[in-house]
Design a protein around this ligand. Structure first.
Ligand SMILES: NC(=O)c1ccc[n+]([C@@H]2O[C@H](COP(=O)([O-])OP(=O)(O)OC[C@H]3O[C@@H](n4cnc5c(N)ncnc54)[C@H](OP(=O)(O)O)[C@@H]3O)[C@@H](O)[C@H]2O)c1
Length: 280
């Protein structure tokens, strides 16, 4: 019997894992992308989840997925995609390593585009949906979070223009923009995001420029990690995006996230910058 397939990139932990576990009970066959054999083996134990080794920066993994889709296309009644895989780099721009920045974009932006390109012919044919997991950082660029925010702004632009391109075909594209969510992302990245040793070793010049701002930023990151909201609120947004007849183009997730995102455009930028300087 033909099946509804949902491909989710980055299903080893966090939002991707919880979405895979949730949608396999909602009459979807979930193809859950992971990068390691141990994550693959864990997911293979769950009925209706088919794990696949998928590093979205690796051409051979994407080619294997493309071949699998071609092979199984006649058994798929509807193909849907959640572009979820993501990583975070943060740094003052002056010190941002360009190779790290490229990696940031390889995962959060180019990887999502390549994966979408591979899935799109069958998504279009079966009138499936594309969901992009962006962030509030795709709408508001905080100081010191520029690398991540740039990649998510780019993802949002991709999502917006793709949605408009595909409108005549009936394929719906939804961007989800969460605030802080309680997932392993924070544990994985906090060490990298808050490098006290690095800032202690700054030259006097760099210390004058960044020490106080970065210290406040690190504190804010810690607060955000503590106040992060449960992953279930993202699952609710995913339900809306995938299951409702007419999903909204964008879903903000988290306390105050929608109002903040909208309000920032009403505040004069000079005022917004001074508020951000005080708050961050
Ligand atoms: N948590 C938040 O506060 C928050 C807020 C807004 C938006 N988001 C977004 O939500 C998405 C999911 O994040 P999360 O919070 O659930 O974090 P997470 O638990 O760290 O999950 C990230 C997933 O991405 C995978 N990944 C990393 N690099 C990859 C690559 N090259 N190819 C394929 N997969 C890769 C990771 O796999 P490995 O385990 O193998 O590294 C992991 O499965 C991300 O796009 C993130 O930006 C998160």
């Amino acid at each position: 019997m033909a099946k509804r397939v949902l491909i989710i990139s980055g299903s080893s932990t966090g939002i991707g894992l919880e979405a895979a576990k949730d949608f396999c009970h909602k009459n979807y066959r979930v193809w859950a992308g992971v990068r390691s054999q141990s994550d693959f083996d864990q997911l293979a134990l769950i009925p209706d989840i088919e794990p696949l080794i998928l590093d979205i920066t690796k051409a051979e993994h994407l080619r294997a997925l493309e071949a699998r889709l071609q092979d199984q296309s006649s058994q798929i009644s509807s193909l849907n995609l959640i572009n979820n895989a993501g990583i975070v780099y943060s740094s003052p721009w002056e010190l941002q390593d360009i190779e790290e920045l490229k990696h940031q974009f390889e995962v959060n932006f180019f990887g999502a585009i390549r994966l979408t390109q591979i899935c799109l012919p069958l998504i279009r044919k079966t009138r499936g949906r594309i969901i992009d997991i962006s962030s509030i950082s795709g709408r508001f660029a905080s100081p010191f979070l520029g690398p991540y925010a740039s990649s998510k702004f780019a993802l949002d632009a991709f999502s917006d223009s793709l949605r408009r391109e595909l409108r005549p075909t009936g394929v719906k594209v939804v961007s989800i923009n969460p605030g802080p969510i309680r997932t392993p992302l924070w544990q994985k990245r906090l060490g990298k995001m808050m490098d006290w040793e690095k800032i202690e070793s700054f030259s006097p010049d760099l210390k004058t420029a960044y020490y106080s701002g970065l210290s406040r930023f690190y504190k804010r990151i810690e607060d955000s990690a503590k106040k992060a909201e449960p992953v279930e609120i993202v699952l609710r947004a995913l339900h809306k995006a995938l299951l409702s007849k007419n999903p909204p183009p964008r879903i903000y997730v988290g306390r105050g996230v929608a109002s903040f995102s909208r309000l920032q455009h009403w505040i004069p930028e000079r005022l917004l910058d001074s508020l951000v300087e005080k708050l961050i």
